[in-house]
Structure formats: structure tokens, C-alpha cells
Design a protein around this ligand. Structure first.
Ligand code: GLA
Length: 739
């Protein structure tokens, strides 16, 4: 079984990893090991061996080597001699801030229950087991339940903490992280995914050093700037070899991922809600549940780490109704028309799109209130009658009549000053009394911590789903929170706002996805500003970035692939010159990048030339023929656009049986007399024979993976490629053959 307990020692085992902790002499929990699987033993004296260090407080006079600062702890507090950043902090009514959580008991259950009110992993039976270890601080009468679920086949462990006030006094939770991991050495590199609007999740890799390195957000959303996904890899680890830990958080709000390297070169990893701007009043009997952290480990490289974590999300986090379901090829009118459309324009786009094989039409921003630009109407989720006099349901009927699915854009969490909603409920706007409100994109945030707001939005959105038979909703969120405050909360609970806001968002998502299980949600936050596991639990796909330029997308999608499977990535072909960069790339290249995600088009097809339409038709047919491979195949990063001058990038998808694969190699600029180039494929069967489309030669899998495929320099004028050889893409379609 994945969890074994011996004499107060807990051994969580996945197929390839072991996670070990125990009850220490003082009744608190100590960490022993996390890494490649080791044999189960009754005890591990070597892992508990300690030595005495000078000038450091010790807990017990009879055990001078029991020095908290040098201990590997499982979930540490502050104030008793461990000076590293703690996993939690509690203030008692008398102002004291010491907690001592002593072991009480444990429970093991099969499967895993979902958390109440928070997005969370799930599992029924199988080999999945959950361990709950209960600890208690007798002075504060506070109970701490540490929960661990072991997903053996994906080498994943999910952790969270639950605090319950079992006493009669109100306590204040100042910090409540989801996971702490104390590693015995710090010889790792930190891989983080950083950027900005239109430049999300670029890989940054840097060695750990003494002190703290952290990534996080205080924006009220996980953010464009930093992503909760984080990897610690040995310096020699690359895509296909070496050890790495993967971490992520099933949460979409303020977060903190921190690695602290101490004087003894050990590394403490903390993951959870950002303690800044957080505080929670625990009244007697009340419970606080942290979001879940996801931990994974491999010894075989970063591709394997991404694949096993991605596989875990697909099976244990994404709504099972959509996880394996083919995602429709869509057309979205945003970059095609922006706010400037009417019914005739939209139906003309839809009709041409249908002819090209596209399967869903999505009406983006501008269909409600009196919205002609971004200054008005957010909150007024009723049709803009001057623009669409026949209403949304009528338009939806027309689209459905063309045998296309119909999707609609909302930005539920926002309010415009110029809106009926603001005029009726100014108090629903997030603002601090007596302070000016800071606008962002001419709009303000609505108070999702207010249950009335959730009811209002549920009512509005569900009415449209029912009237227009929506198949899809794009849920956008285009600015971050300022002047955080809710009039629904008393003064001494205002630090709860950021988390209560997220709970409100999750509640609305939960109610809508439960009531309308067939509606596919795509999350969005000015592109990828809330691209995280919390969103993934409700919205199986996400708009990866507002940047649709193929060259920019190469880095964005490559970086995103470290933490998220390609089925989560909405990827669209848009018009050129590109609206974000002004770059003109061939339509083949734009498609070749967008294929490796959930393909869509975001342009006015009615304006496309006959040649462009022919190209799109061919692309859509090609994508549909290989849709399962593109959306669900194992994703391998081959050549990183984050190395060297970033001129080349390549990646590949492979079917579960290893018999079908598609690889793509992208070259930004064409240089004369370039280096000799081979592309080394991955994930094929060594003894299987394969053919590459357009090439008669038969290769063994071992040749394709070890000797690679020659990639000739683009120099002759080639039909189908525009004048320039810059911004080129080559696709290799590889299929097993039985000859
Ligand atoms: C955000 C989204 C875009 C589009 C616009 C509409 O920027 O990321 O895709 O929906 O809002 O205003």
C-alpha cells in the first residue's frame, strides 16, 4: 500500500518516490526524506542523526543536539529556536504567538475527498490513499490536521493543512502555508516562470544561494508576473536526465513559493497563500482549510516531471467530463472586430468559419450594456440592444443553426462606474472607505467576498446559459485588486478579504459548473494572468496569453509547458501584422505554433484572401485529424528557445502507444551558413519502424531518438513559404509502419 506507518513513522510511497516523516522526541513532526523510492524500514537512525552546534538554542537540556534550527521539520512554527520562516503563525488573545503542535493520532483512508469550497484534487479508491495526521496545541486548544494524499502512479503527493479552534477563545491565524519541505542540501537550481502581460511564464533558472528566494503575488490573482508552478532541479538536470522536484498550488489568489537556504546549506520550501495581506480569525469551533499543494519528484528529467504532473492534473484535477474530451476548434471575434460588430458581421464570420471546418463561434467583449469601448457596462450582463437588436438567444440560434457551437465572453468579477449595476450597488465595488479608487483598464473590481454579488452574477450568467444554450464561456478578469476591503467584513477581519474574494470566485464557478456540466469554461485574465491549478479545476482550458504572435508564443507556450499540460493552453491563429508586436509571420508558422494547444482562430475570416482561407481549411482538417495527439499526447520539449540566442525552439507530442508523433521545429530568423542541425526525437519505441510524412525512408525509433533527423537549412525558394525564410516552422509527422 502507498502509506505505511511504523512506530510513529510515516512512509508515503509512490511508484518511484518515498516521502518520510516521523514524530520527534518532543512530539512534533520531523521530516526525514523525500526523493527516489527507498525500502520501507521500521526506523532510519541515520536520517535522524544530529550533531550539536554552538550558540544555538536547544529544546531539551538532556538532548543538547536537539536544536530546532538544525532540525528538518514537517510543519514548523516560529519562536522556539527555529528561526527559518515558519509554515504557520497563530496569535492568541493574550498576544502570545508560540504554538506547539504535538502528535495526537493519524487516520488512513482510501481515495480522496474534495475540499469544501476550494478547488482540489479528487480520487476514488484505486491505489490512492489519504493520510491525516492530527496534532494539537494544548495551550491554545488548537488542532492541526496535516493531510497527505498519495497518487502512486503519477508520483504525486498532495498536501494541505487544516486548523480547528477547539477552545473557547478566538485565535488569529497570521500565516497558514499549505506545505513545507526541508531538504538536506541546497545544491539545486530554481526554475520559475515569470513575465508580464503578453509575455507570460518565461523560464528563469538560477542557482539557490544563502537566504531566501521567493516568487509570489499580492495582486489578488496568481498573476502574469509570477506563476505558482516552481521546480527545483539539480544543476546537471536537463529535459531528459536528472533529479527534480516539482511544486504547484491549487489556488488562484495571492501566493508565495519560497526557498530558504540556511547556515547549514539546507533548503526549506514553503508553498501556500501569501502571508502578506492574510489573516484569519478562528472563532471557537471554526476551521481554516489551506489550499492544496502538489509535490512531485523524478530522477529522469524535466520532461518526465511535467508529464507526470500533467497526467495527474488530467486525471485528478480537471473536470472528468472534459478531461479527455476533444476540445472544439473555435473562432473568436476579439482581434477580428474588437468592439465593432453587429449581428450581420458576426454571422458572416461564423458562416465563413463553418465552411473552413471550424466548430465553435465565440462572441467576445462588447455584447452587453452599451459597451463600445472598455470604459462602460461591466456588470450589466444584458444584451446591448442597439448593437444586437435581436438579442443573444437569437444570435445563438443562428449560430447553432449553422451546426456551430456558441460561446460567450463574460468578465464577472468587474464593474464599470458607467453601469446600471454601479448606479444600483456602488457598495459592491472593492474600495477602501475615505480613499480614492485606483482604476485599471478603466474598470473596478466587484466584491466577490459579498454573497449577494455571487447570487447576482449566478442569476445573470445562468439566465444567459439557459436562454442562449451556451456551449462555452470565456471568463475573463482584466485587472488586479487595489484598495482591498469589503464592507461585508468587520474591521478585524479585513485581512480575510483576499482569500474570501477567491472563495467567492470558486463558489460562483462551482455553482455554474455544477448546474451546467456541459458548458466548457475557458479562464482568462488579460491572457495568462490567472493561469493556475485553481482555475484548471473549473475551467479545463485557459487563454494562454493576449500575445498571439507566433514568435512570442514559442517562449510563452514552451515556458507554460513546464507546469501545465498543453490541453490547458488556448492557442489561436491571428491576423498579421500581429496586433501585439506588428510582426508578419507566415500563416503556416502561426498554425504550427497554435496546433500544440487548443487550436482557435482569432481574426476576421471574411477579410481573408482565398489563399488564406484555403490554408486555414487545410490547417483545421490537419488539426482535427491529429487532435487527440495534439491535445492529449505526451508533450516533450526538445530544443529550448530560452537557451543560446533563442533563435530555435522545438517540441513534440507522442501518442500513448508511442506509434504516432508530431514534432515541430521553429526558427525565428534565417541566418546564412548556419550550424549543421539535427532534431532528436523522444518517446518513440526503439524497435518500432517509423516513417516521416513526405519521406520514403523507414527509420527505427532508436535512430530517430539517438541519431536524430537532419534539418536542412532553408535557402531555396520553396513553394508555400512567403518571400522570407524568417519565422519558419517545420512539422514532422511520424507514424509507425509495419513493413
Ligand atoms: C482580455 C482578454 C482578451 C479579450 C479582451 C476583451 O484582454 O485577454 O482575449 O477577451 O480582454 O476585452
Amino acid at each position: 500500500m502507498p502509506i505505511s506507518v511504523q512506530q510513529h513513522q510515516f512512509h508515503l510511497q509512490t511508484d518511484h518516490t518515498s516521502y518520510l516523516f516521523h514524530v520527534m522526541e518532543n512530539g512534533e513532526l520531523g521530516q526525514l526524506y523525500y526523493g527516489q523510492r527507498i525500502h520501507d524500514q521500521a526506523n532510519y537512525p541515520d536520517l535522524t542523526a544530529r550533531e550539536e552546534h554552538g550558540a544555538i538554542p536547544a529544546w531539551r537540556l538532556d538532548r543538547p543536539d536537539f536544536q530546532p534550527e538544525t532540525l528538518k521539520q514537517e510543519f514548523a512554527g516560529l519562536g522556539k529556536g527555529d528561526y527559518r520562516d515558519p509554515a504557520f503563525q497563530v496569535t492568541s488573545p493574550d498576544g502570545s504567538r508560540i504554538s506547539e503542535f504535538r502528535y495526537q493520532d493519524y487516520q488512513i483512508t482510501d481515495g480522496k475527498q474534495r475540499l469544501n469550497g476550494l478547488p482540489s484534487a479528487f480520487a476514488t479508491g484505486d491505489d490512492v490513499q489519504t493520510l491525516t495526521v492530527t496534532l494539537r496545541d494544548v495551550v491554545a486548544e488548537l488542532t492541526l490536521a496535516l493531510q497527505y494524499t498519495v497518487f502512486p502512479h503519477q508520483d504525486v503527493i498532495v498536501r494541505s493543512a487544516r486548523f480547528t479552534n477547539a477552545g473557547e477563545q478566538t485565535l488569529l491565524l497570521d500565516r497558514a502555508m499549505s506545505s513545507q519541505l526541508d531538504l538536506p542540501d541546497a545544491n539545486y537550481e530554481l526554475l520559475q516562470f515569470s513575465g508580464s502581460w503578453a509575455r507570460e511564464r518565461h523560464l528563469v533558472r538560477s542557482p539557490l544561494h544563502s537566504g531566501s528566494q521567493s516568487i509570489g503575488s499580492l495582486r489578488g490573482a496568481s498573476s502574469h508576473q509570477q506563476n505558482p508552478a516552481m521546480i527545483l532541479a539539480r544543476p546537471t538536470t536537463d529535459e531528459n536526465h536528472g533529479a527534480a522536484f516539482g511544486f504547484n498550488l491549487i489556488y488562484s489568489g495571492n501566493f508565495l513559493d519560497q526557498v530558504e537556504v540556511d547556515a547549514f546549506d539546507t533548503a526549506r520550501i514553503l508553498i501556500g497563500i501569501n502571508p502578506e495581506e492574510f489573516g484569519w480569525q478562528l472563532t471557537p469551533g471554526e476551521t481554516f482549510q489551506t489550499p492544496e499543494a502538489v509535490l512531485s519528484y523524478t530522477t529522469t528529467g524535466l520532461n518526465q516531471l511535467s508529464q507526470q504532473m500533467g497526467d495527474f492534473y488530467q486525471h485528478h484535477l480537471v473536470n472528468p467530463h472534459f478531461a479527455q474530451t476533444p476540445r472544439p476548434v473555435l473562432i473568436n471575434n476579439w482581434e477580428g472586430t474588437y468592439f465593432n460588430f453587429d449581428e450581420a458581421k458576426l454571422t458572416a464570420i461564423a458562416s465563413d468559419a463553418k465552411d473552413l471546418g471550424i466548430e465553435m463561434f465565440v462572441l467576445d467583449d462588447g455584447w452587453f450594456g452599451h459597451r463600445d469601448d472598455d470604459t462602460t457596462s461591466l456588470g450589466d450582463w444584458d444584451v446591448y440592444a442597439q448593437k444586437l437588436p435581436n438579442g443573444i438567444a437569437h444570435l445563438a440560434d443562428k449560430i447553432h443553426g449553422m451546426a456551430l457551437k456558441f460561446g460567450l465572453w463574460f468578465e464577472p468579477e468587474m464593474i464599470s462606474i458607467d453601469s446600471d449595476l454601479y448606479r444600483a450597488h456602488p457598495e459592491w465595488t472593492v474600495k477602501t472607505p475615505h480613499r480614492e479608487m485606483t482604476p485599471g483598464r478603466n474598470q473596478f473590481v466587484i466584491d466577490m467576498a459579498n454573497p449577494e454579488v455571487i447570487d447576482y452574477l449566478y442569476d445573470k450568467i445562468s439566465r444567459l446559459i439557459a436562454d442562449a444554450h451556451l456551449d462555452y464561456i470565456k471568463w475573463d478578469m482584466n485587472r488586479n485588486i487595489t484598495e482591498a476591503y469589503s464592507p461585508t467584513l468587520p474591521a478585524d477581519q479585513q485581512l480575510e478579504f483576499a482569500h474570501r474574494y477567491m472563495l467567492g470566485v470558486y463558489q460562483l464557478y462551482g455553482r455554474l459548473t455544477t448546474a451546467y456540466p456541459d458548458v466548457l469554461f475557458e479562464s482568462c485574465a488579460s491572457g495568462g494572468g490567472r493561469f493556475d491549478l485553481g482555475m484548471m479545476a473549473y475551467a479545463p482550458q485557459a487563454w494562454t496569453s493576449d500575445d498571439t504572435d507566433a514568435v512570442e508564443r514559442l517562449k510563452i507556450q514552451f515556458g507554460t509547458s513546464y507546469g501545465y499540460p498543453q490541453t490547458m493552453m488556448g492557442a489561436h491563429v491571428s491576423a498579421v501584422p500581429n496586433d501585439q508586436t506588428g510582426r508578419i509571420t507566415p500563416i503556416e508558422t502561426r498554425a504550427a505554433v497554435a496546433y500544440f494547444g487548443d487550436l482557435g482562430y482569432e481574426l476576421d475570416v471574411t477579410q481573408c484572401s482565398a489563399a488564406e482561407k484555403a490554408a486555414i481549411k487545410e490547417q483545421v482538417a490537419f488539426y482535427k485529424a491529429h487532435r487527440e495527439l495534439f491535445q492529449q499526447g505526451k508533450f516533450y520539449r526538445l530544443d529550448s528557445p530560452f537557451t543560446g540566442d533563442g533563435n530555435v525552439g522545438s517540441w513534440q507530442v507522442v501518442s500513448a502507444d508511442g506509434k504516432h508523433a508530431i514534432a515541430a521545429r521553429y526558427q525565428v530568423l534565417n541566418h546564412p551558413n548556419p550550424a549543421y542541425n539535427r532534431l532528436y526525437l523522444r518517446g518513440l519505441q526503439p524497435d518500432q519502424r517509423y516513417q516521416i510524412a513526405g519521406n520514403d525512408h523507414v527509420y527505427y525509433g532508436d535512430e530517430l531518438m539517438n541519431a536524430g533527423v537532419f534539418i536542412p537549412h532553408l535557402q531555396d525558394s520553396t513553394e508555400g513559404i512567403e518571400e522570407s525564410f524568417d519565422f519558419s516552422a517545420r512539422l514532422l509527422v511520424i507514424d509507425a509502419v509495419e513493413k
